[in-house]
Structure formats: C-alpha cells, structure tokens
Design a protein around this ligand. Sequence first.
Ligand SMILES: Nc1ncnc2c1ncn2[C@@H]1O[C@H](COP(=O)(O)OP(=O)(O)OP(=O)(O)O)[C@@H](O)[C@H]1O
Ligand SMILES: [Mg+2]
Length: 622
Amino acid sequence: MKKYRIQNAPVLPEIQRGFSLLEASAKLRMFYVTFLSSSLSVLDLIAVGLLGLSASIAVRGVQERDTGDRGRFVTDFLGVSSMTLEKQVLILSTLAIALFLFKTFLTAWLSKRIIFFIQREAAKTTNSLLAELFRSSYEFIKEKSIQERIFATTVGVHGLIVGVVGALFLIFADLVLLLVLIVGLIYLDPVSGSVITFLFIFIAFLLNRVFHERATQLGHNLSVETVRSNEAISELLLTVKERRIRGSEKSFLDDVYKKRLLMSGLQAEMKFIPMVSKYVFEIGLVVITVAVTILQFYFSESSRAVANLVVFLAASGRIAPAILRIQQGILGIKNNLGGSSLTQELIQELGRSKTSVFEETTSGLGTPVKDQYFSPSIKIENLTFRYSENSTFSIKDISADFPPGSFTALVGPSGGGKSTLIDLCLGFYKPSQGSISISEQDPNFFIRMWPGKVGFVPQETLIVKNTLRENILLGMKDELTDKEWGLLIESCGLGSLVQQLPNGLDTNVGEFGNQLSGGQKQRIGIARAMVLRPQVIFLDEATSALDAETENLVSKLIYGTKDERRMNNRTVIAIAHRISSIRHADKIMFIDNGQVLGEGSYDELLAKQPSFTHQAQLMGLK
Ligand SMILES: Nc1ncnc2c1ncn2[C@@H]1O[C@H](COP(=O)(O)OP(=O)(O)OP(=O)(O)O)[C@@H](O)[C@H]1O
Ligand SMILES: [Mg+2]
C-alpha cells in the first residue's frame, strides 16, 4: 500500500480555512438563509403534532374516548371543536399535509438557493486563488506540477467550498429540524421519544466512528492519485514521439493502469460507505418501529397508543432521514476535507510563501501611469544570484550597462548563466546581491508601470490552443489595423504561413501549435513580442530554428540598424549560440560560469577571449 501524507489533523482549522475563503457578505448571507431554512422545522413539528391529533380524534370516534387537554386546546384554537369528528379529522389532516408540503417546498427552494450560491462561491474562489498564484513568486508557481496546481485550484476548491462549507450549512438546517422534532416527540411521548432518539443517534454515532477516518483518508488518497494519474497521462501524450520510437509506451500504460485501478478501488469504497449507512438505517427503522409499536400497545391504552404511533411514524419518518442526511453529510465533509488537502496546502503555502518580487516591488503602485517618461536603459550592478540556499551561484558579481538604443549579445557555453541573467532582468527572481534596474526602476515596477514596453522571446514558444491572431496577441486587446497586421506578419517572416492557412490569421493552430513547424512557432514567439512594440527586448535563442534568410529578415525587424534603434529608442539584449546572428551587435558579452569573461565588439572579443575565438573558429567564422 502506498504511503500518503495525511495525518489525523484536527478538523476545525480545516473548516475554518474553508470559511475564510468566503467574503464576509457571503458568510452573512449563508447564515441568514440557513437560519430561515432551519426555522421552517417548526412547521414540520406542528404538522407532526396535527397528524397525531387527528389520529387520536379518529380513535376517539371509534372508542368514544377523550383526546385530553392538549388536543382540545388545539381544536378550540382552530375553531373546529364543535364540528363532527370526521370533519375534524379531515381538516386536521389536510392542514398537516398542507404544512408538510409548504415546508418541503420552501426548504427545497432555499436549498436550491444555497446550492447555487455556494457553487458560485467556488468559482469565485478558484478565480481568486489563481490570481494569487499568478502573482506569487515564480519559484513557487514552478514548485508543483501543472496537474497538481489545476487540481488544487479547481476540484480541490470545489471540495472545500461546496463539499465542506456548503455541506455544513445544509447539515445545520437538518440539525435544527432534528432537534425540533426530537424535542416535540419527547414532549408528546417521553418514553418512546427518548428511546428512538437515542437509538437513531447511537446508530449514526457508530457509523461515523467506523467510517470517519477512512472517509478523510479516501478523499485525500483519491485526490493524490488523480493528480498523479493525470500527470502520467499528460506526460505520455507530450512525449509520444520519443516513446513510440523506443516502444516504451507499454510500461507507461501499465503504470497509468495501475494508478487508475488503485483509484477505482478508492472510488468504489467511497461510493459504498454511504450505502452501508443507508442499509443500517433502513434496518434500524423497521426494528425500532416494531419495538415501539409493541411497547405502546403494551403500556398505553389503545387510543393513546394509536395516536402516539402515528406521531412516532410521522416523526421517525422525518427523523431517520434527517439523521441519515446528517451522518452522510458529515461523512461527505470528512471525505472532502481529505479530497481538498492539496487546496488547503496551497492556501497555507500562499499565506506563508515569501511575497513575490513582483508583489513586493509593485505594491502600493496603484494604477500605473502610462506614457510617463521612461528610458530603455538597463543597469546591472554587482549582481549575484543563486536559485536556492543549497545551490551554487549561477550569477557571480556581474555589472553591466545597456544604454538606450544599444544591442548587446550574450554568448557563452551552455549552462553559463545567460538565461538566468535575462530572467533576473525580467524580474522573475530576486537578486541575492546587487541590483538591476530598467529606466532606473526595479524591473517589476517598470513592467507594471509600462506594460508591454518590455518584450521577451523565450527559448521555446508555447503555442496556445487558439487562432494565430490570438496566439500573437496572447490576451492583449487587438488594436492593430489590417495594414499593421500585414506589416507585422511580413516582417516576422510569417507571410507564407498566413497565406497557406485556410482562414489566415484567424485559423486555429491547435493545441501546442501541432500544425506548425519549429521555426514557425519561433516566429510566432517573435511576433508575440513585437506586436507590443517593445522598447526593451530580451531574446533567448529566439532565432535558433530559423534558416539564414528568415533570420536575416527577422533580425532587421528586431535589431534594425544602429540608427533605427536610436530612432525607435529601442534596446536589445539577445542570447545567441550562432555567432553569425549577432556579429553586428554593439557589444558581445561572453558569459561562462556565471561571470562575464570578456566583452567588446566582435573583433575585440576575438582578440582577447580564447574560448570565443574557439567557438567562432568551429563555426568557420574566423
Ligand atoms: N530553476 C533552476 N534551479 C536551479 N538551478 C538552475 C535553475 N535554472 C538554471 N539553473 C542552473 O543555473 C545555471 C545557469 O543556467 P542558465 O539556464 O542560465 O544557462 P544558459 O547559459 O542559459 O544555458 P543554455 O545556453 O544551455 O541555455 C546552470 O548551472 C543551471 O543548472
Ligand atoms: Mg538558456
């Protein structure tokens, strides 16, 4: 059996965590509706009493006996005392049925409102958790798998809000109903009232004892297995090419099958436990009814016995299901507490996690003021960085200046620290020491202040499941004219692609852009950055998959000539392995082992940096 992390944690803090996700107004509204629905229980009690009374009157009709003071009080109150007994029975029973119906419809309507409301709250919570996750530190976002994040922010949230908080509200209404019925029943018939109450509660208690820990455990295990199995399936689909040619999908499928089998067992058990409760209650109801009938006729006179029996049947017909609902509700809550453990973990970690650099440097910024003066200059001072306490330094004391209009190339062996340096400039990580500024501001501050002024083309462009146009805009508003689109498409080397596509720019390019070539994806990545007309551009191997001609075309767009860059006030920093592509850079920085080992123009670097010369030689450039 697998080991899972769940321990017997106290339940209350977890429930509090769920409640804390609701806004104050939402909580108030829920309490209000719940209170209303609970108060309706009184109607139930009155109806039960009326049924008992009408039974008692019916028996009186047969046996010529009195119904007692309580009965007369009610008949007097309703003004039916002087009517014939048949009429009294008819009126009382009709009234009881009307009350039952009224109460049931109203409760159903209120429950519907609660259920719809709580579902909306779950959607809201998913949204706010995602927003918080998005704003948290980049390391934190990357810490867990995408599948786990998806589960924690959707299914887990649903479990916590609907399955725990919502269920609690619904249970509360049932609890009040139960209490009212029990009190009423004990008042009418103390002995059998207490006996059946005790017995039903005892059954519920016993069932909970047997199942409660298992329910939490099952919920937790199932959520963990769901995430693992989803991860496995998405990995299988993402590595389909490599797996197929080595024929390794069999072991993978077996693995997924094992996980699914384990899940099926957990799911079956989760479905079966509530059924056990139902069976136990059904048996309990029959046994208790028989026992009470015998007791009644043995100890009471027959008219009272019949009246009490009717009250008992009416009440237990409502008490037993209410207790069953409560018991299964508690079971469900326990189950959902376990099932939402990943969400609770996320909430706790978000609360604990160090505030992201983004939050830290942009909080209190208010609404960013656009078009405020800025200069596309970047300054790096004594920058040192390591990814974690335990890792070695990826950047060691780098200082550099990138004036407006400059084009700097970062070159050097793989693993040297080039991408790390760019990520730091983009504000994804916080320097361990030293500083970076864009336009004399913290990078995150700059990005919030002038969204879109910074462009970035990553090493790999992830294509989203949407049209080519949306892939380029990536969530920005389309403010381009057709002419501007045409210009962008041509200068990014996407002209022939757009012509080929059946609906041009508005053709869906499929999940992960599976209808596109590597170079086409890369050009979309470039268009994605350029559509914003950035004035600071970072490129990480952005042209590595392009043929020489296309690279030349795209370079014109991104780098331009020195004069064009100055005129456009555009600063470019580009990582490149192909030295040919950055030959015309103003400055080349050779980075290895987290340090700048040499910098200067292409020719200067050739003269002083042997590793660079070696690379250039290998490429036949020297
Ligand atoms: N998220 C991370 N956590 C820990 N270490 C990392 C992380 N990302 C990169 N590193 C390490 O930091 C160092 C620099 O990596 P970086 O990606 O900056 O290299 P690079 O110069 O861009 O290499 P390449 O040319 O292959 O892209 C490497 O030793 C790498 O192992
Ligand atoms: Mg890199």
